[in-house]
Design a protein around this ligand. Structure first.
Ligand SMILES: Nc1ncnc2c1ncn2[C@@H]1O[C@H](COP(=O)(O)OP(=O)(O)OP(=O)(O)O)[C@@H](O)[C@H]1O
Ligand SMILES: [Mg+2]
Length: 137
């Protein structure tokens, strides 16, 4: 079983990472961690300087944080870093082209307000993924 785990470093996504670790340990699932760095499609004059560098670093840090959970237990894991304007599109495309059986992700992410029940990335992926999507909360 192939499982794709999109992660943005948020608490909710780390729940998904731990769930995937259990699937690897107990069900022999092959896990791929994936972080998508937000990339603007054009330069905005209003964008603070170095914002793109910061977004790239944040995505890389999210991936490393998730990887560390697997490495601590000696469980092999793949990881993928991509860039995109709509991260959900990268995730859905990866699930499709990699023929994943499941996507395991968090309900909310880094921009979560307390009132938000489900973030837009989780909503889009669960609506458009070609496979089962498990939302950790
Ligand atoms: N850039 C990303 N790369 C990989 N996975 C992501 C990314 N953004 C979100 N996710 C995944 O989606 C889950 C839900 O996050 P989502 O972005 O939907 O919520 P939010 O940040 O609270 O709201 P929004 O982004 O809509 O303002 C996260 O827990 C994580 O698993
Ligand atoms: Mg988000």
């Amino acid at each position: 079983m192939k499982v794709l785990v999109p992660t943005d470093g948020s608490e909710s996504s780390m729940k998904a990472v731990r769930m995937a670790l259990d699937m690897a340990k107990h069900e022999g699932a092959k896990i791929t961690l994936m972080s998508v760095a937000f990339h603007a499609t054009r330069d905005f004059d209003e964008m603070p300087p170095n914002i793109q560098d910061k977004l790239d670093v944040a995505a890389r840090n999210a991936l490393n944080k998730a990887k560390a959970v697997f490495e601590a237990e000696g469980i092999p894991v793949e990881s993928v870093l991509e860039a995109g304007y709509v991260p959900a599109n990268n995730i859905v495309e990866k699930a499709r082209e990699g023929k994943y059986d499941k996507v395991v992700m968090g309900s909310t992410g880094t921009s979560a307000l307390k009132e938000v029940l489900i973030g837009s990335t989780a909503a889009k992926v669960s609506a458009h993924a070609p496979c089962t999507v498990i939302i950790a909360r």
